[in-house]
Design a protein around this ligand. Sequence first.
Ligand SMILES: C[S@@+](CC[C@H](N)C(=O)[O-])C[C@H]1O[C@@H](n2cnc3c(N)ncnc32)[C@H](O)[C@@H]1O
Length: 223
Amino acid sequence: MRSRFLTASVGYGPLVPLYAQLARWYSGGAIPACQHWAVDEVAPGARVLFAGPGPGTDVLRAAQAGLRVTAVDRCPVMLAATKRRLQNAGVAERVELVHADLRQHPPAAEFDVVIAQFFLNVFPPDYLPQVLSALAGYLKPAGRLIIGDFAPLVDGGRCWQQRYHDLPMHILARFGANARHPVHDLPVYLNKAGFQLLERRRFRLFSVGPDWIEGLVATPGTN
Ligand SMILES: C[S@@+](CC[C@H](N)C(=O)[O-])C[C@H]1O[C@@H](n2cnc3c(N)ncnc32)[C@H](O)[C@@H]1O
């Protein structure tokens, strides 16, 4: 499965029209809440890069909030869905859409913020240092990386929390969209990559359930 992830072009195709709705249902609103939180963290006028915007619901929110937005995705079908969403809202001209692999696209350290929502879980653990270093390369020195993703496992809920993560990840892995891997402990990877963690924010499934979705704000360190 891992080699398929490494070699195949990303295959979200048939899932794209349903993707945002499925994420909303599966998390009982926690994923869109985390996406809204990330955009609301950013000051108006800031230059923002969306890493892997997928269907672009948060890109639209950012454009409507007056942020200066670039969105880079390697899946052309996802990018087309984002474009349609922006066009339907009449804000397409406010957003730069780039079809590229973020790791290979030449980074320019010109962004105040990089937003990576449910992006890092695409990669297997041994890729994370390279991906985090690529994201850091897009940030101005005092810039911030804002992440939304599955929260690290906590003792007690380990079994169900792992299953909750694995169900969508294993289905999407069949389409070549992501690697199969354990739940990433992203604060640990951020720390190892030289980021300083500024904020952690939990989001509860269905508002009252377990807080298995996490938002993180980090800044690249000086080391
Ligand atoms: C799990 S989806 C998340 C989409 C969206 N950010 C969200 O929160 O719903 C991951 C997205 O990252 C994109 N992606 C994966 N690897 C990428 C890469 N190396 N460069 C750019 N985009 C990538 C995929 O095409 C997909 O749109």
